[in-house]
Design a protein. Structure first.
Length: 135
């Protein structure tokens, strides 16, 4: 009896798992591509002084159906974001307004990559999920 009950429970759960795991994906809803963490240095504000920035990025993709093709370009997008951050100074990264301007530049970069590679601007928004500066 001790063996039969756990075995019976496992059999029942094995039938229930595919039902629970199956999710209806609405292809018209936006998908999100999350890149984390990205760590790089940026232009020093003092001579012989290194400064670092660590960010998490969420990129909104127009639809769930485009998300799979958008994921193929993650290495190129990550590289473009690193180069964007490397070109900034401390002043460019300090305030919320500056970070929003930087996010707009990031969106333009990502849309440019997608436009060049797929012929479509798959990205609709670029958001900083985490943004930390070490001076």
């Amino acid at each position: 009896m001790k063996i039969i009950m756990p075995l019976f429970t496992m059999i029942l759960l094995s039938f229930a798992l595919p039902i629970v795991a199956k999710e209806d994906i609405d292809p018209s809803k936006p998908g999100y591509l999350v890149l984390k963490p990205i760590v790089t240095n940026f232009a020093p504000y003092k001579p012989n002084h290194l400064s670092y920035v660590k960010v998490d990025v969420a990129i909104s993709i127009g639809s769930q159906s485009d998300l799979e093709s958008a994921q193929h370009y993650v290495p190129e997008i990550r590289d473009a974001i690193i180069f964007l951050l490397n070109q900034q100074s401390k002043v460019d990264l300090d305030g919320m307004t500056e970070r929003q301007i930087l996010a707009n530049k990031g969106l333009e970069l990502v849309q440019g990559i997608y436009l060049e590679e797929t012929g479509e601007k798959l990205a609709t928004d670029f958001m900083w999920g985490f943004f930390a500066i070490q001076n």
